[in-house]
Design a protein around this ligand. Sequence first.
Ligand SMILES: [Zn+2]
Length: 477
Amino acid sequence: MRRALLAAAGGTAVSAAARRVARFRPPEVTPDPADLDGLDADAAAERLAELVRIPTISSRDPGEVDTAAFEAFRQRLTELYPRTHGALDREVLGDGALLYRWRSGSDEPPLVLMAHYDVVPVAGQEWSRDPFSGQLEDGVVHGRGAIDDKGALVAILEAVESLVVAGFTPARDVYLSFGNDEEVFGVGAQLAVETLTSRGIRPWAVLDEGGAVVSGIFPGVPGPAAVVGLAEKGVLDVELITTDAGGHASTPVRGGAPARLARAILRIEDNPFPARLHDVVLGMVDALGRHAPVGYRAVFAHAAYLRPALAALLSRASREANALVRTTVAITRLEGSQAANVLATRALAHANIRIALGETVASTVERLRRVIDDPTVELQVVSGNDPSPVSRADNEAFALVNAAARSVYPDAAVAPYVMVQASDARHFSQVCDSVYRFMPFDLSKRELAALHAADERISVAALHRGAGFYRYLLRHV
Ligand SMILES: [Zn+2]
């Protein structure tokens, strides 16, 4: 009897699990048709190519910034998008951040669309063509900034220009916030936040660069996924420093500064931060896992109960997936002796750390100390900020981003995710609970790999769909 009862109970549990897996399917929603009227894909690509040719390279050293290039870029925008510049108010903040206001006549909280027009340098990279030639060839725009982030800036302006031409007025105010120093952690976007805050304006929603439409990043899901960042990891720069008396290299000592530094680095490498499945990543598993074949779905449907196993699975799936589930440490710079035959008096390693949600600068430094376990290795925090707050995914604003993405990418599964890079959006997440990080472009793995690297490029088709995404957003806001 007892055995029969247990078997029956077991059977119920199994069939409940089976039902859960059967129900674990994507929602059946027919996407709205894409809104590409009034957009000219080829003309947009020409304009992007022209803006890529203006080398707005940012640098932490103000003396190295070509201010004339930035000035030329701002000037060229007014000529390429004349109707936008006629209809919207424009302010230049600080050293060149742009803030536009498109008045609606309504006093509803506004939508803020963000992008940045500075780019990272190309030094030391092997480009197959001139990175600032802005070549438009075989349906592809080549050059530094083609995606990051002049691509997004152009897609936004193409959408706005087309709607202004059509006599459209948005249902709520729309601000365009275009930073000039995002790549060097500058203050441009912060000034935009301060400007709006000082006027008593709190955004309804904010959209900045971040996730994209990508394929093959999630285990078991081959199709395209539009991943929308709800939060971003913290960034922490730490220097590990060891010192010694120095001396002639002909009479070295055991356990000198470089050796102790190397040991510290290996201890960090051998003791990675724990992999954990944060709620946002769980939301991603929930959204994307529904598109997986049944074997995977059996796991993903029970993700909430399987957090440790899934965190382990993701940490092994790819570099990108690993970065989603844990704090990562990259040793980027090493310094030792300045001469070939002199013992180092100081050895230094620079660690660039991306802090997972749920951890902080303080808890990260504390764990590093513990792992290194060597009082002769000094840890100096150069700069650090905690992970951003998490935006909501259960509201109208997120639903709108979702619908806009599906209008131009009807086959894509839309999912929340954690952005592993830092963006200007973090400034807005202090004043708004609906800050989304999404670049509305479908990018191949190779195109993704070219961000901040050689041969950055975007297809004209992706740029066109990106503009369609913003058009949908503006028309339904
Ligand atoms: Zn960027």
